[in-house]
Design a protein around this ligand. Structure first.
Ligand code: PAF
Length: 278
């Protein structure tokens, strides 16, 4: 497994490969778990060259404390990636990725103003800044994103389309802990009480899917929030049922769109997100 810290060394390596090989790319912020590894495995199955980046991108953190506390486990991450037969890991410094401040502001078609975007102003602009920079260096044929970050996935699809970036975006399903909690690097930061409470989020989402036939959209939204907020360690920030392309709120089950219920919950100092298709 090759490890590169500079864009130039990564590019030199990739340029030395034949033009016919397919390059698959998994961008990450490290602190890898089975969710990331599922993306890597999917990427490994579909491409000749697998590139994984590990970079905690400062421009997507709207909260300095969150950035400072974000888990960093590089040695362990590299070991896990070695076991998955990854070809290349790109771990640049902040200076390498941002020699100058990135002043680009992207028009994300309003997809960035709801849900996560409303609670984390500037977050998606930062995500798009780094993902476009990484795509420019890696020039992948395919790039892999988890459906847990459903809004992020939707925004990446949108911007790739808007900017005509020649990459296929491959979505991968949410991977859950045995108790149902959606895997996230932030899970390791949960306190004991919050960790015990957190599986309630997915339990409620799964039950909500069953209740779809007996409650209206607005009744179901209220039911979900009530169930979660009844737990003293959890506090819902939002639960929205939206269509899966424009992320517009759905008001009726009769709306002829694919529906996704997206939730963000505070568990102590940690924010957890999850979603379910209805
Ligand atoms: O999903 C993530 O881990 C990050 O938002 C990403 C896509 C690696 C960009 O920093």
């Amino acid at each position: 497994m090759e490890i590169f810290n500079t864009k130039k060394s990564l590019r030199n390596f990739l340029d030395s490969k034949s033009e016919n090989v397919k390059v698959g790319f998994v961008p990450t912020m490290g602190a890898l778990h089975e969710g990331h590894l599922s993306l890597v495995r999917c990427c490994r199955n579909q491409n000749e060259v697998v590139v994984v980046s590990i970079f905690v991108n400062p421009t997507q953190f709207n909260d300095k404390e969150d950035l400072a506390n974000y888990p960093r486990t590089l040695d362990k991450d590299l070991e896990l990636l070695r076991q998955e037969h990854v070809d290349v890991v790109f771990c640049p410094s902040v200076e390498e990725m941002y020699p100058e401040p990135d002043t680009r502001t992207f028009d994300l078609g309003g997809l960035d103003t709801t849900m996560e975007g409303a609670f984390r102003p500037g977050h998606f602009n930062g995500v798009v800044q780094i993902v476009t920079k990484l795509f420019e260096v890696v020039l992948p044929h395919r790039a892999y994103f988890g459906e847990k970050d459903f809004q992020q996935l939707t925004i990446i699809r949108y911007i790739v389309n808007q900017l005509n970036i020649p990459v296929q975006i491959v979505p991968c399903p949410i991977v859950r802990e045995p108790d149902g909690l959606a895997m996230s690097s932030r899970n390791m930061l949960l306190g004991a009480n919050e960790r015990q409470a957190a599986p309630l989020i997915s339990q409620v989402l799964f039950k909500a899917k069953d209740l779809k036939n007996s409650l209206s959209v607005s009744e179901l939204k209220k039911w979900v929030v009530d169930q979660i907020d009844a737990n003293p360690y959890l506090q819902t920030e939002y639960f929205e049922i939206v269509d899966d392309v424009k992320l517009q709120p759905v008001n009726s089950w009769e709306d002829p769109v694919a529906k996704v219920g997206c939730i963000a919950v505070r568990a102590g100092k940690i924010r957890l997100i999850d979603n379910i298709r209805f």
